[in-house]
Design a protein around this ligand. Structure first.
Ligand SMILES: [Zn+2]
Length: 501
């Protein structure tokens, strides 16, 4: 245990320059596994989604899944990569109980996609993250350590293996080293994984859920003295299970490495585990090098040679990618960069888009989602999309305001009812009796009552002290429980008293 006091983050970035790199694994949402016909659906009884191929039984032969190859090429194209015209799978040899074959079919020196980039926004600046490679491999099974307190192997009495996940197609996306980001390195790492997730989601090839493990991220971090021509030794942090953790993992590793270097120590090349509870990393195994895996071309599979015409067709049919889509929407909605950033930060892009599609102006949609509903989501500690109101309901609510049936104030009360699950805006308005009093007869009666009850004030208004009418408006609003349009009430009072507004 080191007893070194960690330097402050500001001190660290003044003296050291970080280099980061990210390796992201994405489980593809194909119907079947990478090299066999077993289903990939989640949650089956252990070892019920298996066959001789994914169990690695002698004599079984793999066949590559075309849908997985197609999804990988589409990811590569979306990341501006070059698609190989010919490449091969390779065997990565290592022994681990959750790998039934004792090797993983992966890609080594001949990946399917290479040399691309992804632009990400960090604090109003665009950072271009280089993509080294995008390759295709198979997932491992899962080991469950039981009998211990922590679920880890230490202290466990036995271990169980479930091979349902073994052989599910996995795409690995590796960045080039990201240099020159200084103090922003943790934010860049987070922004990259966020953007990558959104790109892959827009392609519809994976559900990219970090909390469920369909998107997993390893974070490489090294530090070198500012101005040094050489990079420092890097560590690889595993188990980073949320976007927030990506940022925290880089930051905590920068602080730890700085303390090691400050005390004259040497950073060891190793994998480290990120701990969600403390935000710290602890040492794992010392990192294998490529030679430890004794890679060689997979002899049981034919090479992949994607037809250039097929690749061109996939390229032509890529969907609009998130960054382009955000730009287009910003223009359509007439927002400044700053206002658009607020919408993005609030997680409201899709919600506003859908509300507008349901017939509301962008300004009104933005007002509800960034105002009342964001406040509500914060109170509940949930994502905006889980706040309890749908875009269609927000559009309906605004429609009631536009039709003069609700004032803004009444609409906020109706929205509370909608979020509380009381029904659609119209239903809540009706059941709670919140509709604006628009019946002229009823309103006139209320106005006449207020005038009769306040003869002194009425006289003042008749004498030309128009400002005194406010008290009568207040009386009418009170009598109608706030459900009248105050402007209309004021006009009606003045007209009943024979005064020009
Ligand atoms: Zn199988």
């Amino acid at each position: 245990m080191s007893t070194t006091v960690l330097p402050s983050y500001d001190e660290v970035v003044e003296r050291y320059a970080p280099v980061i790199g990210l390796e992201t694994h994405v489980e593809l949402g194909t119907r079947t596994k990478m090299f066999c016909g077993c289903p990939t659906d989640f949650g089956g009884e252990p070892n019920t989604r298996v066959c001789p191929v994914c169990l690695g039984l002698p004599g079984s032969l793999p066949v590559a899944n075309r849908a997985a190859v197609e999804a990988t090429i589409r990811i590569g194209l979306a990341l501006n990569c070059t698609i190989a015209t010919w490449c091969r799978f390779a065997r990565k040899n290592y022994f681990y109980p959750d790998m039934p074959k004792n090797f993983q079919i992966s890609q080594y020196d001949e990946p399917l996609c290479t040399d691309g980039w992804l632009d990400v926004e960090v604090e109003g600046e665009t950072v271009r993250v280089g993509i080294e490679r995008v390759h295709l491999e198979e997932d491992t099974g899962k080991t469950l350590h039981v009998g211990g307190a922590t679920g880890r192997i230490h202290g466990a009495t036995e271990s169980l293996v479930d091979y349902n996940r073994a052989g599910i197609p996995l795409v690995e996306i590796v960045t080039k080293p990201i240099v020159g980001t200084g103090a922003k390195a943790p934010l860049v790492a987070r922004a990259y994984v966020t953007e990558l997730r959104d790109v892959i989601r827009s392609l519809g090839v994976s559900d990219v859920r970090m909390e469920e493990g369909s998107l997993r991220c390893d974070v490489n971090t090294s530090l070198a003295p500012v101005g040094s021509a050489e990079w420092g030794t890097r560590t690889e942090t595993k188990n980073v299970n949320s976007l927030r953790s990506v940022e925290r993992a880089v930051r905590s590793e920068m602080l730890r490495q700085a303390a090691v270097l400050d005390s004259g120590g040497r950073v060891v090349q190793e994998t480290r585990h990120f701990h969600e509870d403390t935000g710290d990393t602890t040492a794992g195994r010392s990192k294998e090098t490529a030679t430890d895996y004794r890679y060689f071309p997979e002899p049981d599979l034919v090479p992949l040679a994607p037809d250039p015409a097929w690749v061109a067709e996939l390229r032509a049919n890529l969907p609009e990618l998130p960054r382009m889509r955000r730009r287009r929407l910003q223009q359509e909605w007439g927002l400044s960069d700053h206002d658009m950033q607020s919408v993005i930060n609030a997680g409201a892009v899709e919600l506003i888009e859908q509300t507008v599609a349901a017939g509301t102006t962008p300004a009104a949609a933005r007002k509800w989602w960034l105002g009342e509903l964001s406040r509500r989501a914060n109170e509940l500690g949930v994502e905006l999309s889980a706040v309890g109101a749908t875009p269609a309901q927000v559009a309906e609510l605004q429609g009631l305001v536009d039709a003069g049936k609700l004032t803004d104030k009444l609409a906020r009360t109706v929205l509370e009812g909608v979020v509380a699950g009381e029904g659609s805006p119209t239903e809540v308005m009706t059941s709670r009796g919140l509709e604006v009093v628009s019946d002229t007869g009823a309103l006139t009666a209320a106005v006449d009552e207020a005038i009769a009850a306040n003869p002194d004030i009425a006289a003042k208004v008749r004498d030309g002290k128009i400002a005194a009418a406010g008290a009568l408006v207040g009386a009418v609003m009170k009598a109608t429980r706030g459900q009248a349009d105050a402007k209309a009430v004021r006009a009606l009072i003045l007209s009943r008293l024979g005064v020009e507004g």
